[in-house]
Write a new protein. Structure first.
Length: 168
């Protein structure tokens, strides 16, 4: 894929305040994704605010934390929106969240992660939840970035994406 234009990746969750924001930051960082992707994030029911611990987690891991905002996935369904090559839902079905469904032809996969923004407890327990979500997303994005996308197509690619989503 060397020299090819970056592929567009959209991370979707319910509130677009934590998990999808972390994933967007991770995939846009060249040291993590090799510059092969342009990442975006959105939510089916955006909170309108990025969770402060999401931004703190990015800063702790020395990733840019500026410019993020909680927004509706409908922004990416407009005719003038970037064409998505991949759409990953990061909502946690086990928690009975409603995961948005993306129309169109991008390759999709579910990479469910428990919502760190929903954790009740001490400040340290909340920070731990954000750290765990961040590290899980980082591992998955690194695995995704390492895939030989120029050689994988159709069901073979879909199978690999689903396998990545099942990893802790």
């Amino acid at each position: 894929m060397s020299g090819a234009p970056p592929l567009n990746v959209l991370f979707l969750c319910t509130g677009n305040s934590a998990r999808s924001i972390l994933a967007e930051a991770l995939i846009n960082h060249p040291a993590i994704s090799g510059g092969k992707f342009t990442g975006f994030s959105a939510g089916s029911q955006p909170t309108g605010v990025v969770h402060p611990l999401a931004l703190e987690t990015l800063e702790h891991h020395r990733l840019p934390s500026d410019g993020f905002r909680s927004k509706s996935w409908e922004e990416f369904a407009q005719s003038n929106s970037p064409k998505m090559d991949f759409v990953f839902t990061v909502c946690d079905q086990a928690a009975a969240e409603v995961c948005p469904v993306w129309p169109g032809q991008p390759m999709t996969a579910h990479w469910g992660i428990p919502d760190p923004a929903a954790v009740q407890g001490t400040d340290e327990e909340q920070r731990r939840a954000f750290r765990e979500a961040f590290l899980t997303l980082r591992r998955r994005i690194e695995l995704f970035a390492a895939l030989p996308l120029d050689k994988l197509r159709g069901l073979a690619l879909k199978e690999r994406l689903d396998q990545i989503g099942s990893r802790p």
